[in-house]
Design a binder for this molecule. Structure first.
Ligand code: B3K
Ligand code: ZN
Length: 883
């Protein structure tokens, strides 16, 4: 082989996209599987684009090439070259067959990309992860999503060591081989991109269920897990069945193979993966049982099972042309998953949860050096772009489109999108075109949302004319970018609104003299820099409820008085906006405390919540959310010079004021009343009670720490399920209560051998606020159960610390930053994807107060100066440092 200059440019640009010069019509893969070494023969039927003249180039990384044949002839070494992770081959023509044989080293693969081992050499199993570019770690291939091929996969392995052999597609035979070996073959009738390829081999147990699709296909649903986990798969099976029915009803989408496999692994870089016919899940997103799974985790399992299943249409049948279109499948599928969860549970609570996540994870991303558009223009390492922006903001954009079209219009558009693009690799333009054309609306102005980074600001001001009885609402969007850097063109911003009387009733809305008694809510779309909307026949100065249901992902600036926000908090019938009014009011109350200004917002917030606390009509879970002010990360977003310790202290003080207003007796009584219903049932009422009980206990701990900790200790020991147990443990840890040590020891013994429960044991302990957290982290790193090799464990200790505990991580002496930088170096050598994700905790360092900023800068610059960082980590560090 001759060396070439690297073929892969360091920056991949959307504007450089070209259709593939070579496609692969059929792929036959034959694996001989082993833990240390696996061998794979690949037979590719090649198709050349007659309009292009490029040589055959295939991606391949870390492969040991054993043999290479073109059209049956062994290739001489002069006929191919390998450089820059690209294999270039001479002499191929349209219809040529390329055969390669490579050796892979699964047990040595700590990056968990390509073919790797989950668990121990003795008991673990083999599996693959290909999205985004893992297939090139398995064989030489044009590893890009717009090359769709038909796959036939044959697996061979020792029967005793690998009794279960699985690949995507339909089973197509299995049998015995000599020497205790066996084989199994799978044929996928649906052409797919290489990132959706998967195999699994090892000792796994299974639960099954028969399912018949709405269009009459009999499907075997099978969930596979290791023997100690298989009993925890039943909830996921139910969730899968609910997801399949829902997609049939809500979108008319049916499953399209005879089998659907789902596999749980403890070693996975992300939540789960939608491989065609063989979804693979991080165990934490699949396993569930009352004794070790919290209510939030149950809902998460349901959501992720649905998400991966929904990808079968939004992602697999219709895939992405290139990775810049990632949000085409991810934003859409998150939106579908959110709608499903809203239907299965409570719609307003779901909306609150989603928007809280957006603000906690996406807004800070969009406001700092890692900001990028939902459709980025360029990347160095695509795995760094599986971000809150692509997923969560992407889902908000689909939600806006769905809102603009209405329920039926959106369904019509989606039907068209699926039909027209079935079996294709599509773009965001294809998506907007299908939705728009079926509804005779030009949706292309929404493309601007996909191309701009930063959270847009929306200003609203109202003017009431008491002579004409007109209310004029003026909406505007500043022309500069959300993070102040780039100029923007105006975006279409749909604003769902209602007008309230000062008594808390909704007014009928009339615009341009058109009165309709029934209309109390409407959507206006701001698509210029500034626009005024005049409402007529308005009997008295109203209080507007704006952006209801969070109708656009913007930061709303409206000069409400505290009383107006309190009125919406008390009366808005839109559950989301009621919560939102409370959040705005709480943020103002926080500013009262911070600035030592008049306590008007603080009083209004506490008074309004005190009334709601005594209101039996309000749902317990909603009440729990209303009683929770914005988190420390959100509050930091409102500051220019961030001192995380001060934010923590002020937020504690804010909650203490609320607790005092509610009163220690009322809190104790409420706790006692809720505790009489203690159970581990999963119905909405039981879950809501647990949620409120936790919140009440937390508030109580701010007034009567010893009393609350005594209750927490009792709750811990009597808890019938994980939600109550972990809530109690969390209160004990945060208060550093004397009962904590015994409870932690008990938890450890009780859940010995349950990795997911142990993850929570690590995570809860590093939530202790402030300076002491770091010592706790260091101590826990010495625990024999801690390892940097397992992504979940890394997340539960280091991730929970750097992301979930701002006052602990951002120590003024910079020790938190140094610890993170040191661990990143080690982690990067093992698993670049996990290292890069953890490194995003440095995002936003420029806005820290000077001492912390300097310390963070030193740690990041130190990392940046190191040789040999992975492309993943280098890209994040470079962006964080230089943008
Ligand atoms: N599509 C996968 C994510 C793949 C991440 C690659 N680094 C899971 C999902 O979004 O459903
Ligand atoms: Zn997804």
């Amino acid at each position: 082989m001759h060396a070439l200059s690297p073929q892969t440019p360091s920056l991949i640009r959307l504007s450089d996209y070209r259709t593939p010069a070579w496609r692969v019509e059929t792929v036959e893969l034959d694996f001989d599987l082993g833990i240390d070494a696996s061998e794979l023969s690949a037979r590719l039927l090649l198709r050349r684009d007659p309009t292009q003249d490029a040589p055959l180039r295939l991606d391949g990384e870390n492969l040991q090439l054993l043999s290479i044949k073109l059209d049956g002839e062994q290739l001489p070494a002069t006929a191919y070259r390998y450089a820059g992770n690209v294999l270039e081959i001479d002499g191929a023509r349209d219809g040529s067959v390329l055969e390669t044989r490579v050796r892979l080293r699964p047990a040595a693969n700590t990056a968990l990309e390509g073919l790797y081992l989950s668990g121990s050499r003795e008991a673990g199993f083999l599996l693959t992860q290909c999205e985004a570019e893992g297939f090139r770690h398995i064989t030489y291939f044009p590893d890009r999503p717009d090359v769709l091929s038909s796959y036939t996969v044959t697996l061979r392995a020792d029967r005793a060591r690998f009794p279960v052999l699985l690949a995507g597609g339909n089973p197509d035979g299995a049998g015995e081989l000599e020497g205790g070996r066996h084989w199994a073959r799978f044929v996928d009738p649906h052409p797919k991109p290489s990132y959706l390829f998967a195999l699994v081999a090892g000792r796994l147990e299974v639960i099954g269920r028969d399912y018949v699709t709405a269009d009459g296909r009999a499907v075997q649903l099978k969930i596979w897990a290791e023997v100690d986990a298989i009993d925890r798969c039943h909830y996921a099976m139910d969730a899968l069945e609910r997801s399949m029915r829902w997609d049939e009803q809500a979108y008319g989408r049916n499953y399209d193979l005879d089998v659907f496999h789902v596999v749980a692994t403890h070693d996975f870089n992300m939540g789960a993966m939608e491989n065609k016919g063989l979804n693979i899940f991080n165990a934490k997103c699949l396993l569930a049982e009352p004794d070790s799974t919290t209510d939030d985790e149950y809902r998460h399992v349901e959501a992720v099972v649905a998400h991966e299943y929904f990808h079968n249409w939004s992602g697999n049948r219709v895939t992405c042309r290139d990775w810049f279109q990632l949000s085409l499948k991810e934003g859409l599928t998150v939106f579908r998953e959110q709608s499903f969860s809203a239907d299965m549970n409570s719609a307003p609570l779901k909306r609150i949860e989603d928007v809280a996540l957006l603000r906690r994870a996406q807004f800070p991303e969009d406001a700092g050096p890692l900001a990028h558009p939902v459709r980025p223009a360029q990347y160095s390492e695509i795995n760094n772009f599986y971000t809150a922006t692509v997923y969560e903001k992407g889902a908000e954009l689909v939600r806006m489109l769905a809102g603009a079209l209405g329920r039926d219009g959106f369904r019509r558009g989606m039907d068209r999108y699926f039909e027209r693009n079935d079996g294709r690799a599509a773009t965001l333009e294809d998506f907007l075109a299908a939705l728009g054309e079926t509804n005779h609306i030009d949706l292309m102005p929404y493309l601007a949302w996909y191309g701009q980074a930063g959270t847009p600001r929306l200003k609203a001001r109202g003017h009431y004319d008491d002579v004409r009885h007109e209310y004029t609402l003026t909406l505007s969007q500043p022309a500069s970018g959300g993070n102040g850097t780039e100029a923007r063109s105006p975006l279409p911003i749909p604003v769902k609104l209602a007008l309230f009387t000062r008594q808390g009733n909704m007014l009928p809305l009339s615009m341009d003299g058109q009165t309709s008694k029934e209309t109390t809510e409407m959507v206006v779309v701001l698509d210029r820099i500034e626009q005024s909307f005049v409402f007529t026949n308005v009997i008295a100065a109203p209080v507007p409820s704006l952006l209801r249901g969070f109708s656009a992902p913007v930061i709303l600036e409206c000069d409400y008085t505290p009383d107006e926000l309190a009125l919406l908090l008390a009366h808005d019938v839109d559950g989301f906006n009621r919560w939102e009014a409370g959040q705005q009011l709480a943020a103002r109350a926080y500013e009262n405390l911070r600035d030592g200004t008049a306590n008007d917002a603080l009083l209004a917030w506490c008074d309004a919540l005190a009334l709601l606390f005594d209101n039996d009509a309000i749902d317990d879970a909603l009440l729990a959310d209303l009683l929770t002010p914005p988190g420390e990360i959100e509050l930091a977003e409102r500051e220019t010079s961030i001192d995380p310790q001060r934010i923590h202290d002020l937020r504690q003080a804010l909650q203490q004021q609320l607790a005092e207003r509610l009163g220690v007796d009322a809190l104790r009584q409420r706790y006692a009343a809720l505790a009489t219903h203690t159970n581990s049932e999963l119905d909405a009422v039981s879950q809501a009670r647990r949620r409120l009980k936790r919140r009440v206990l937390e508030l109580l701990s701010l007034l009567d720490q010893a009393g609350a900790c005594a209750l927490a200790a009792a709750q811990y020991h009597a808890a019938p399920g994980m939600t109550d147990r972990l809530a109690a443990l969390s209160v004990l840890v945060r208060c550093d209560a004397p009962q904590t040590v015994a409870a932690l020891r008990d938890y450890r013994d009780r859940h010995a051998g349950n990795a997911l429960a142990l993850d929570k044991w690590f995570a809860v302990q590093v939530q202790v606020p402030g300076e002491p957290a770091l010592a706790r982290v260091s101590e826990l790193e010495q625990d024999p159960a801690f390892t940097l090799k397992n992504p979940n464990r890394v997340q539960s200790l280091l991730g929970a610390f750097v992301r979930g505990n701002p006052s602990g991580f951002h120590r003024i002496d910079g020790a938190g930053y140094r610890l993170l930088a040191e661990r990143l170096v080690t982690l990067d050598g093992l698993n670049p994807q996990v290292a890069a994700r953890l490194a995003t905790a440095f995002n936003g360092w420029q806005r820290l107060e000077p001492r912390r900023r300097d310390a963070a800068h030193e740690a990041i610059a130190g990392l940046a100066s190191r040789e040999g960082l992975s492309r993943n980590l280098a890209e994040i560090i470079d962006s964080v440092l230089n943008h």
